[in-house]
Design a protein around this ligand. Structure first.
Ligand SMILES: [Zn+2]
Length: 217
């Protein structure tokens, strides 16, 4: 038996789940994901047996599996499969990559655009791998700050370039739909490593390149 395996056999039902048992996670291990979603619907005051909700627990499980599938992939394996030796040493920039993630505090979406740049030091990565790396880390429960640094640090570690810059502009539904309700505010995070951190000129070039809009929008 794995040390983390739980042995509880308590089954879940609406009537046995009191608030106090919520803190005892082990009592829920035999419940299916669908059971847990159904229980959540009951606690929200809904009737999980009404027509529109009958298959909701199933759909929520499928959706959450999809939205967190980034846990199944190894970022270094992804990048190491597409490294190429080059003499090019100008800035490589991939900008306006769409990103959808879930905030780990509320399990609500945050979404926006990611801009990535690096200056090679003898090696580059296949360009299509950068959106895939962004996808891999954003399909996990995240905070925007960590998503930003994970993308930058993985590129720095695997490609060993002269430097990396990552900027994310995102809107958070947990801010827009509740609490402060700032509909139009976007959070901007950045991570600058190597020459992007040390050289003002490199950093400004990156920032001005991501501000340029192809159609003037
Ligand atoms: Zn949140």
């Amino acid at each position: 038996m794995k040390p983390t395996e739980r042995t509880s056999t308590t089954t879940l039902s609406t009537s046995t789940l009191s608030t106090s048992t919520l803190s005892e996670a082990s009592t829920l291990t035999s419940a299916s994901y669908e059971d847990l979603v159904r229980e959540m619907l009951v606690r929200l005051g809904e009737d999980p047996d009404r027509e529109g909700l009958v298959r909701t627990p199933h759909r929520v499980r499928k959706a959450m599996q999809f939205l967190t599938r980034g846990y199944q992939e190894d970022p270094e394996v992804l990048l190491k499969g597409a490294l190429f030796t080059v003499t090019y040493d100008e800035m490589v920039i991939v900008k306006d990559v769409e990103m959808f993630s879930l905030c780990e505090h509320h399990l609500l979406p945050f979404f926006g655009k990611v801009h990535v740049a690096y200056i090679p030091n003898g090696r580059v990565i296949g360009l299509s791998k950068i959106p895939r790396l962004i996808e891999l880390f954003s399909r996990r429960l995240q905070i925007q700050e960590r998503l930003t640094t994970q993308i930058a640090e993985t590129i720095q570690k695997v490609i060993e370039p002269q430097g990396v810059g990552v900027v994310i502009e995102a809107r958070h539904l947990c801010m827009m739909m509740r609490g402060v309700e700032k509909q139009h505010s976007a959070a901007v995070t950045s991570s600058m490593l190597g020459c992007f951190r040390n050289e003002e000129e490199t950093r400004s070039e990156f920032l001005s390149l991501i501000r340029q809009r192809p159609n003037g929008v």
